[in-house]
Design a protein around this ligand. Sequence first.
Ligand SMILES: Nc1nc2c(ncn2[C@@H]2O[C@H](COP(=O)(O)OP(=O)(O)OP(=O)(O)O)[C@@H](O)[C@H]2O)c(=O)[nH]1
Ligand SMILES: [Mg+2]
Length: 299
Amino acid sequence: MRKPPPKEEALPIIKKAGFAVLVGRSNVGKSTLLNNLIGTKVAITSPKPQTTRQMIHGVLHDPRGQIVFVDTPGVFEKSHDGMTEHLNRTAREALRDIDVIVYVADPTRSIGNEEHIALRLLDNSNAYKILAINKTDLQQTPFLPSFEALRDRFSVVLRVSGLRAQGLKPLIDAVFAALPEHEPIYPEYQFTNLENRAWVAELIREKVFIQMHEEIPYTATVEVHELERRENGVFYIKASILTNAERYRGMIIGAGGQKIKEIGMATRKELSQIFDTKVFLDLTVEVDEHWLDRMNDLQ
Ligand SMILES: Nc1nc2c(ncn2[C@@H]2O[C@H](COP(=O)(O)OP(=O)(O)OP(=O)(O)O)[C@@H](O)[C@H]2O)c(=O)[nH]1
Ligand SMILES: [Mg+2]
């Protein structure tokens, strides 16, 4: 007797997977776009430049396969300080061995020297290049035509709004079209490469960026020492904000402890909504002049 042909559903389904790196100038909206592509807050955002300091993976799971979007620090022109050098280097390194580049542009800002520095990142890459012109929800996008004119450097040009989650489907489709067939890179339940502690540290750092002005956010980092769900269901977090000098420490604490209280309150509010439980946050501010050196050593 002849064997019946294999049932169609028994055939292995070949899916796609790969890395799509979001690059561009600082503040163009890469991290906001990443979060809305994934549908979860994996990266912090702020109206200030140089918010993102490390590569952050956001994993999109889809019937077609898996896209690992990689958020990168924005390219910044002023490069005399250690932080900017670290950020620009991280953005450059993120472009090694990847499948797709999503170059994010902000049409409210002109194509100046810094944009050209950022565009140069594309030059030696064989990756499939997509130009995502962001912030198209805004009325004032005076430099839109000059970005459209970059068309020849890219395989696809798309208009999106990361903030309003507009134009994301064509972007995801364009990335999938360019990805190779590949095994999934992350397990199905995982959305980011950041561990919980690192992610909570980032959330606290975001509040520092939002609450503090001038150079203060750039003098600070956050370390989470303990993170556990206690028997009563409460999330217990012990963390410190590290800053370069005593005077900055005083400013982050604020008169009568007002600033640190606001940073703590905003963090607790967000985390208790995400975890759907009470959050206890023990947050201190400490002087540590070497945090930036340690970050650079990680490279
Ligand atoms: N109107 C509008 N604002 C946006 C959009 N996307 C981002 N923004 C705003 O732009 C600012 C910067 O956003 P981020 O996502 O932090 O930008 P980034 O490119 O990751 O910045 P760096 O990490 O510093 O390089 C924030 O105030 C966002 O709310 C958008 O589509 N429309
Ligand atoms: Mg960012």
